[in-house]
Design a binder for this molecule. Structure first.
Ligand SMILES: [Cu+2]
Length: 149
């Protein structure tokens, strides 16, 4: 047991611990189909990183990215909305933190397809592939936002 003085001394450290830190961003709304397992994996990763999530299950999530001008070729299995941006697929949580901090003039971020080793796409054998998080620009153009090995 900590005595009172030791507890008082430890308190600032406890307040600074990640578990008590503020959420990394506003509530993120995630659209997925009911059967998508890797989508659930990504949501778990987001929640572990401190994100508050709102999950909407629907039969077809493509209208969400289409309405925001994201071409189908740059799409993935799930799509999210946060801070006025669209976030498509298995984007690492830290990239979304950076997006909301830098606030670029863009539609949002995408990790097209479902690369092995991206959050929610971990393989039992640990194999990964290199992939890029792309910044979605109006008109279907992209720019590399972050590289992941
Ligand atoms: Cu997926």
């Amino acid at each position: 047991m900590l005595n009172r003085r030791a507890f008082a001394a430890a308190l600032p450290l406890m307040l600074a611990s990640p578990a008590l830190a503020a959420a990394p961003g506003p509530v993120i709304t995630i659209y997925k189909t009911a059967s998508c397992g890797c989508c659930r994996g990504w949501i778990t990763t987001m929640q572990r990183a401190g994100w508050r999530t709102k999950v909407v299950e629907q039969d077809d999530v493509s209208p969400i990215w289409r309405k925001r001008g994201v071409p189908d070729a740059l799409s993935s299995c799930h799509v999210s909305e946060v801070g006025g941006y669209v976030v498509v697929g298995h984007v690492p949580p830290a990239d979304i933190v950076r997006l909301l901090k830098e606030k670029p003039k863009a539609l949002g971020l995408t990790v097209p397809g479902m690369p092995w080793g991206s959050p929610g796409m971990e393989r039992p054998d640990g194999k990964t592939e290199a992939y890029d998080t792309l910044l979605l620009l109006p008109g279907g153009k992209t720019r590399v936002f972050a590289r992941h090995a």
